[in-house]
Design a protein around this ligand. Structure first.
Ligand code: DP6
Length: 326
């Protein structure tokens, strides 16, 4: 009853922003991401009749109660599916430093879903794992696969048609993603709360859903043709549309800082000088830059030369979830 799995973070090119069902983590719109090669979570899960509750360790320390509750309610879903009322020891090692500017919940729940399902002998295929990981954190359903991944929103109320699937292997088109670190402070509005507030109160939200579906088709077309300019333009525009919805929320909020805007301008200046670079931004102030491998070192140096940039992490497409021997 023990298994260990590893999953990598992903960056959304077309964003998941808003849920139509919060308890099942069903999204309003489909999304598309690249699973990255650098930052990952390794989790082992052991179920034991001897435990009276779940015990969770993060990087060798006992996890705090609030975070443990999230893991326990996720494991409750597995207990429901299997009909086995048994508790677990969960050991998680996070190689996603806060300073990476990337969410660890995606790799975290993807690794947990894979390890826990195997330890429970559930025999889930990748589609089943993706559906399960989704119920810990939406973006985690995409980290089950490597390379370019699409999460279809689905139509069913029970969520059985809402899961991710791979659209292209990372080796078939190597792109570079630079994560430009401007701040490592915890964000004031989590993505979960931010998307909820936006869905409930932003007058721009319905347009976002329609636009995201169109952007997704453009991005898939660009990927199939390996058309970097087409992909970059739609990635940048999609991120801007997502952030525009937050300005219309009640109360309004924004994830950018002044330095975020400076980096966005710098990327646009690079483009004017003939270098193909495009940005995307998640629910925080840090900026991710999409570029081609031949430009990655030059752009990295340009970013590190900005006095307010704390660090720049360079990533490429990475693998899907894997099992490790215990
Ligand atoms: C802006 O997957 O972290 O990064 O489902 O509530 O756990 P929950 O949210 P989460 O949201 C990610 C939002 C985003 C866009 C994306 O990754 O698609």
């Amino acid at each position: 009853m023990k298994a260990t799995a590893r999953a990598f973070t992903n960056i959304a090119l077309i964003k998941y922003w808003g849920k139509r069902n919060e308890s099942l983590f069903l999204p309003m719109n489909s999304s598309l991401s690249i699973t990255l090669d650098k930052f990952y979570t390794t989790t082992s899960v052991q179920f034991c009749e001897c435990l009276t509750k779940d015990v969770v360790f993060l990087n060798h320390s006992l996890m705090d109660e609030k975070e443990t509750r999230k893991i326990t309610s996720f494991l409750d879903r597995l207990r429901e599916i299997s009909g086995k009322r048994v508790n677990a020891i969960v050991n998680t090692m996070n190689k996603v430093p806060i300073s990476a500017g990337l969410a660890s919940s995606a790799s975290g729940f993807a690794a947990l879903a894979a390890a826990a399902a195997k330890a429970m002998n559930l025999n889930l295929d990748k589609k089943g794992l993706s559906q399960l990981a989704r119920q810990g954190s939406g973006s985690a359903c995409r980290s089950i696969y490597g390379g370019y991944v699409e999460w279809q929103r689905g139509e069913m109320e029970d969520g059985t048609d809402s899961y991710a699937s791979p659209i292209m292997d990372g080796q078939d088109w190597n792109l570079s993603i630079l994560s430009v670190i401007l701040s490592s402070e915890p964000k004031k509005v989590s993505s979960r709360d931010g998307m909820k507030r936006t869905v409930e109160s932003s007058p721009f939200y319905s347009n976002w859903v329609a636009e995201a579906e169109k952007d997704l088709q453009t991005a898939k077309n660009a990927i199939s043709k390996r058309d970097f300019e087409m992909l970059g333009k739609v990635v940048e525009a999609n991120a801007l549309k997502m952030h525009a919805t937050t300005l219309g929320a009640d109360p309004p909020f924004m994830y950018w800082q002044g330095t975020t805007y400076h980096v966005m301008q710098k990327v646009q200046e690079l483009r004017q000088s003939g270098i193909q670079a495009y940005f995307t931004i998640d629910a925080g102030p840090n900026v991710k830059i999409l570029c081609q491998p031949e430009d990655e070192q030059y752009i990295r140096k340009e970013m590190l030369d900005l006095p307010f940039v704390q660090d720049v992490h360079l990533c490429h497409p990475g693998p899907g979830v894997t099992y490790l021997s215990n």
